[in-house]
Design a protein around this ligand. Sequence first.
Ligand SMILES: C[S@@+](CC[C@H](N)C(=O)[O-])C[C@H]1O[C@@H](n2cnc3c(N)ncnc32)[C@H](O)[C@@H]1O
Length: 407
Amino acid sequence: MKLHRNLVFATIDSLHLIFNEGKQADKVLRDTLKRDKRWGSRDRSFIAETTYDIVRWKRLYAEIAEVKEPFARPNLFRMFTVWATLHGIAIPDWPQFEDTPTRRIKGKFDEFSKIRKLRESIPDWLDELGEKELGKKWDKEIAALNKQADVVLRVNPLRATIETLQASLAEAEIQTEPIKGYPHALKLVERANVFTTDAFQNGWFEVQDASSQKVAQLLNPQPGMRVIDVCAGAGGKSLHIASLMDNKGQVVSMDIYENKLNELKRRARRNGIHNIETRVIDSTKAIKKLIGKADKVLIDAPCSGLGVLRRNPDSKWKLQPEFLDRIRATQAEILDSYSRMVKPGGQLVYATCSILPSENEKQVKAFLKREAGNEFTLTKDEKILPSSSGFDGFYLALLQKNNENEQ
Ligand SMILES: C[S@@+](CC[C@H](N)C(=O)[O-])C[C@H]1O[C@@H](n2cnc3c(N)ncnc32)[C@H](O)[C@@H]1O
């Protein structure tokens, strides 16, 4: 592979913004990719994939390149050299690469591969936490979380079927395949930009990982019900729930951030969904009004996001142990407060995109022991691990609230 100067420079510029200025990788790449209209899909994917790769392997590559943060520009070129050498790509004789030794890169790679926190390129604290929470399983999970994620679509049954969507994408030269056990999912055979397709513009599908699609399935909403999605964000799950309800009944989508709910409304319009009502949680009143009013409540809780590291490798470097302590406390508060919205005889699903028991089954167990949880029983739960599923790490628990006469 021949390296092109403007693509390499765009990659280095993106890395500078992500590493040195703390900008979010997806936002940086969105802006970088707008820089040159002449770039084709291969050029774009080179910039995006190389940037994500170097973000994912930051610690390992920095150790091999013997550079430290903040990374001066010549040091970003040294890290790029590590990436290129390990991918068997020859380094061109540009002045930027003059001081970047290529010798010993493979030797150091082999040497560091014996130490998990270097091999998997993660901070010390995260390696210790993973081992403490998951024991021997941590080895396999962190390795799986360092792989590139598949792109999975969820067909919108209000607008298309798996077959019509597959055919429409094939016309745009995007090949997909169904995934056994996931009735609404299609996996891209090769990465492609699906957002420019007619099928996307017409609301035939959303991009949603296969594990995430299991959440609304477990909630099993029925047409005519009132379902409350209390941590709805930009609405990935709300849209799925509303489509399963065939636009009949009501979905109340709530979040503390109005801008996320505005995005949800835009997506709902594109999906042809008109049974979603959004409500910002700006005081406890918003919750009190809905106590005992929902047939089903979904708590898609804020979490560490450790199960989706493959999609957001930069969160390895942004996550802090103190944040994890705070988020666990928030999860417990949310469970206690929002579970009150479930009617007697109704159901609650608690979900996270984390693989840590302390955010998942331990959180549910503790809730069931507290006063707020004493009217609920755990019907079933599922831990989806990236190493065995091949998809994002998720936890889902279905809880049943007693009928009034059982209280
Ligand atoms: C895992 S994300 C939700 C993703 C969303 N359900 C989806 O499928 O796209 C968690 C959401 O919880 C929201 N959140 C954080 N703290 C909250 C709170 N105290 N009450 C309600 N929502 C909260 C965040 O803004 C975030 O959108």
